[in-house]
Design a binder for this molecule. Sequence first.
Ligand SMILES: Nc1ncnc2c1ncn2[C@@H]1O[C@H](COP(=O)(O)OP(=O)(O)OP(=O)(O)O)[C@@H](O)[C@H]1O
Length: 235
Amino acid sequence: MDTGAELQDVALVREGRPVFAGLSLRLGERRIGLVGRNGSGKSTLLRLLAGLQAPDSGTVRVGGADVARDRRAAIREVGILFQNPDHQIIFPTVEEELAFGLEQLGQPRGEARAAVAALLAVQGLTAWMGRSTASLSQGQRQLLCLLAVLAMRPGLVLLDEPYTGLDLPTALRLQRRLAGLEQQVILATHQPETLTGFDRVIWLEAGQVMSDGAAGPVLEAYRAEMERLAGDAGC
Ligand SMILES: Nc1ncnc2c1ncn2[C@@H]1O[C@H](COP(=O)(O)OP(=O)(O)OP(=O)(O)O)[C@@H](O)[C@H]1O
């Protein structure tokens, strides 16, 4: 069986501007970080991997499936956590939010609800079952979105700026939870320190790979360049 993800010669233009032009990447490591300045293409790369955005040309495969064409496979193979949980949460209660994805995968309602109850119990969050999603704090909403992703048991978990807006204890708890995941993780962030210990880091600049390799040297080069740019801007 194919594992991991692969982009082959991916090109994408948005509003007349090229975002990617011939990007090819084989993504097999268990923990991969994405860094890069605003607009460098991190979120778009995650959306391509989730099959939410189709490339203009080239292919994006996850676990062997063409995720832009095979939506069912994409939902099964890939889970994505957006930066803003408000873009992800659509149901009035925690139970409905968590059960929705499972029902989409074909689980009967009763089974999906039982799976949700079990998932919350493992997290020590049984009290969340009937709770209104609107009553959750930002950090709790972020955790709910992560649980919704994990409930689907995808092989690949994509995380877009998962720590933004979280207080330090909440961010550290989330970081520990993510570190413990058995799945493959690809995480885009402006906080390079959260990628320490990752197997691989890819630095994107204007849709191109500036550097790609072990976390230590890539992050060191990235930080040095960001400091140089800050100096150039006279900050
Ligand atoms: N909805 C959209 N419509 C048109 N162009 C878009 C859209 N979203 C992103 N882009 C363009 O795609 C390019 C890459 O943006 P993307 O959001 O992927 O970058 P990013 O690295 O995630 O940035 P940030 O760090 O600011 O979140 C940018 O040039 C951006 O203007």
